[in-house]
Design a protein around this ligand. Structure first.
Ligand code: NAD
Ligand code: ZN
Length: 305
């Protein structure tokens, strides 16, 4: 876990050490998911919920967004916990760990290169474009994503609007000296050869945060610095099983943001949210933009043929 307590700046926002302390102490007991299911069952995006969420967004100047694997599901990328989440009979929890890499760096690299290839065939979907449209509408936005697929970048969000909490599948870092580098283009990756560091010769590993690892310094602080000033916090497509991203969303809510959770399946976060929209990301975000009077801009789908 991050222990840094220095002041962090992001644009004009600053996160004071005391705020970081508050963030770390937001330890709300989440209700079990069965209880959420009981109250939410049957509800989808009722017009009154969409109207309330649209109103909050319409008047928001600052929007903090937390995304998970669910936002990329409509692009064709499987979530870890959904169907299609297995690779060669392994679950993600068995591969995305330091121990798995130590046991077989070759296998872990093959899994990441396979995933990377899958992701290259998956274009951003309406949910990604809706978030981009929101940031183009003049509001200050920051997306803290758990995803490593880079799809938020593909629609044009730069480093100033994006925190990749769990890293990026297009990057790697040295296990010895920590140097970061981009992966070579897919076509030129030699199969069967493990990448080594140009500086020290150490073994390179995917620049992805693995189960049981600490967040890289500054990553959560940067997101929290923004979250503390947010008017609205949107959470899209996360199962709420990974705690720090959820903690960021609850922190934003505690600091005054309206918390809107979007997920076709209720999670432990859903009844902590001020507004829960039980729907897919693309569907809910486009309805939300319409209710807030924000135009959705996305390229025309390419003609088939
Ligand atoms: P998760 O797989 O645990 O949960 C996905 C959530 O998305 C579920 O709650 C599901 O109900 C919801 N969902 C499914 N379809 C949806 C849709 N169309 N719209 C909105 N929500 C939808 O994912 P997680 O909570 O992000 O945690 C898993 C970890 O694995 C994270 O670190 C995640 O980033 C990583 N992961 C990343 C990718 C990616 O980069 N695309 C893919 C798989 C896993
Ligand atoms: Zn090195």
């Amino acid at each position: 876990m991050v222990t840094s307590s220095s002041t962090v700046a992001i644009g004009s926002w600053r996160l004071e050490p005391s705020v970081w302390f508050v963030l770390r102490s937001v330890c709300i007991e989440l209700e079990p998911v069965e209880a959420v299911g009981a109250t939410m069952n049957g509800d989808r995006m009722t017009p009154d919920r969409i109207a309330a969420a649209g109103n909050a967004l319409a008047s928001a100047k600052t929007v903090f967004v937390v995304t998970g694997a669910g936002i990329s599901a409509e692009s064709g990328i499987p979530t870890f916990r959904g169907a299609g989440g297995l690779w060669e009979g392994f679950r993600a929890e068995e591969l995305a760990t330091p121990a798995a890499f130590e046991a077989s760096p070759e296998r872990v690299w093959r899994w990441y290169l396979w995933r990377r290839e899958q992701y290259h065939a998956c274009p951003p979907n309406v949910g990604h474009w809706a978030l981009r449209s929101l940031s183009l509408s003049g509001r200050q936005c920051l997306i803290a994503t758990q995803n490593v697929d880079g799809l938020h970048r593909h629609v044009g969000h730069g480093d100033d609007e994006l925190v990749e909490l769990h890293g990026c599948i297009e990057k790697m870092h040295c296990t010895r000296c920590g140097r970061r580098a981009s992966l070579p283009p897919v076509a030129s990756s030699p199969p069967g050869e493990l990448p080594t560091c140009r500086e020290c010769g150490g073994l390179m590993r995917p620049h992805v945060l693995w189960f049981g690892e600490s967040y890289w310094d500054g990553v959560l602080e940067r997101a929290a610095a923004f979250a503390q000033h947010a008017d609205v916090c949107l959470v899209v497509g996360t199962s709420a099983q990974v705690w720090p991203p959820i903690q960021l969303a609850l922190f934003a809510q505690q600091q005054g943001a309206t918390l809107i959770d979007i997920n076709p399946e209720p999670t432990e976060l859903s009844n902590r949210a001020d507004i829960y929209l039980r729907a897919r990301g693309g569907e809910a975000l486009s309805a939300l933009l319409e209710a807030a009077g924000v135009p959705l801009s996305m390229p025309e789908p390419e003609a088939a043929g």
